[in-house]
Design a protein around this ligand. Structure first.
Ligand code: DC
Length: 211
């Protein structure tokens, strides 16, 4: 079983995808981490994440052990990720990695939930279930701010909102695999929903498809 969970930053995809994985006995794959690892590796080598040649060589050299790095959760890695993600060579290199992860669920699991931007449209267009999670820009910025402050990072609301807008624009406007819902995706707007309500809505949708 493959469940695709796509949507913009801080819409609640990660929380939802993790809960669905646990509920259905599936593995969870956070595909954003792959782009973050490539972005961070370019930065650490002193390069520019918008330099397509540097980004594609970092993508080809990616080792899955890099995904354990806690620095991947930071905003620097997030911004670098959305820059390297515009490169078609990076996307092609990571496409293979993602499809391999989707096709080989670890022992004890019966499939995979992939969380990303283009899972339902490009990576696994034959997914059994596709969910596109959205929320208003303000709600997403507010959640991101709360998360940063919980991690002890002093952050300014207007700056978080601006970063979110820039990342949304890059993700939506890139030429290859832009952030768009698949035509057969279930649209889940979490603006007024907490994590539990979003999870219930997704489970109800999945039940209605398998009934
Ligand atoms: O989900 P995230 O915030 O960790 O993703 C970081 C960036 O990676 C995001 O801005 C765009 C890119 N990304 C992508 O292009 N395709 C994916 N499947 C996942 C992430």
């Amino acid at each position: 079983m493959i469940i695709a969970v796509d949507g913009p930053a801080a819409a609640g995809k990660g929380t939802l995808a993790r809960r669905l994985a646990e509920h259905y006995g599936l593995a969870y794959v956070d595909t954003g981490l792959l782009y973050r690892a490539v972005g961070l590796s370019v930065l650490r080598a002193g390069g520019d994440p918008s330099d397509a040649a540097a980004a594609s060589s970092a993508a080809r050299a990616l080792d899955l052990d890099q995904l354990e790095d806690p620095a991947l959760r930071g905003d620097e890695a997030a911004q670098a990720a959305s820059q390297v993600a515009a490169s078609p060579e990076v996307r092609a290199a990571l496409l293979d990695v993602q499809r391999r992860l989707a096709a080989n669920p670890p022992p004890g699991t019966s499939g995979v939930v992939l969380d990303g931007r283009d899972i339902g449209t490009v990576v696994c267009p034959d997914s059994d279930v596709k969910i596109f999670v959205t929320a208003s820009l303000e709600a997403r910025a507010e959640r991101r701010l709360k998360e940063l402050r919980q991690r002890g990072l002093e952050s300014i609301r207007s700056r978080v909102l601006q970063d979110m807008k820039e990342r949304d624009a890059r993700d939506r406007e890139r030429a290859v695999a832009p952030l768009v819902p698949a035509s057969d995706a279930f649209m889940l707007d979490t603006t007024g929903l907490d994590a539990e309500a979003a999870f219930q809505a997704a489970v109800d949708h999945i039940a209605s498809r398998t009934d």
